[in-house]
Design a protein around this ligand. Sequence first.
Ligand code: PEP
Ligand code: MN
Length: 338
Amino acid sequence: MIIVMKPSAKPADIQQVIARVEQFGLKVHISEGEAHTVIGVVGDTQSLDQRNFEVLDGVERTVRISQPFKVASREFREGDTVIDVNGVKIGGRGIVIMAGPCSVESRSQILEAAHIVKEAGAHILRGGAYKPRTSPYSFQGLGEEGLKLLAEAREATGLPIITEVMGASEVPLVCEYADILQIGARNMQNYRLLQAVGKVQKPVFLKRGMSSTIQDLLMSAEYILSGGNYNVILCERGIRTFETYTRNTFDINAIPALKQLSHLPVIGDPSHGTGKWDLIAPIAKACLAAGADGLMIEVHPRPEEAWSDGAQSLKPSRFERLMSELRALAEFLGRPMS
Ligand code: PEP
Ligand code: MN
């Protein structure tokens, strides 16, 4: 449920509503709009009588949210959520590009990659230090050493960094280094992990599980939001279908559907969505045309030497070319890239 305050509501009226909500053991989420303050009531509001609030001073109306995901829904918040990561605004007018290698492999590799993506115009550096690999015999990531190298790459380029956190117990450590916490597709329904990142204030990049519906993704986002962390970014990264020519089937529908259903930023990942470097550019452009707020793209200085996901990583010259094409497209769409 949301409680819309009158434009004339005083701070004391707002405080009174908050106190009333808290008496029912529920939490509030306040959004200050241009004319109205909107108080979101977070928790189980099924048995709550709206009249408890409608009689209070300064209250204009109350609205029940019909979707099972409450805080994540567009009904909860009409305007787009914009998440500021060290000055990079995700979900605002401009398109945001996150790029870098699948895995952090060495100091020289991540520094080289960071400079390449920065020079091509990317806004955020990606790189995995903890890798959720299908095989236990595959490279599992450099762990904390990888986080330190990412922090060094941020220092060198000024780019904020995004990296995956695989377990609830690792959240405090990854928070010390990362600017955005990535939850991978395989962990989208790891509810303990979702609860753990709900308790911190770092932005969370939530990737769609490979067999998860759009609603499943939004319910997972709800776990994080209901915990008190409102900085959630959704990512479509392809789903499993009967098609095997591509690694996954990129669900382009998910982009406008998520933008309709939710106020959260939506990013497309054409690298994992296709698994093939030569399909990245067309799907990246399709993402922007479909309304994505940005892209996550795997880029490696020498993809043929990559320790993971080389086949779906762009080499520097191709990334540079794609960035200039994306810049023109973003301009055309009225969402210029800074
Ligand atoms: C990744 O971003 O490298 C990754 C492992 O992605 P996903 O969780 O989408 O497979
Ligand atoms: Mn990868």
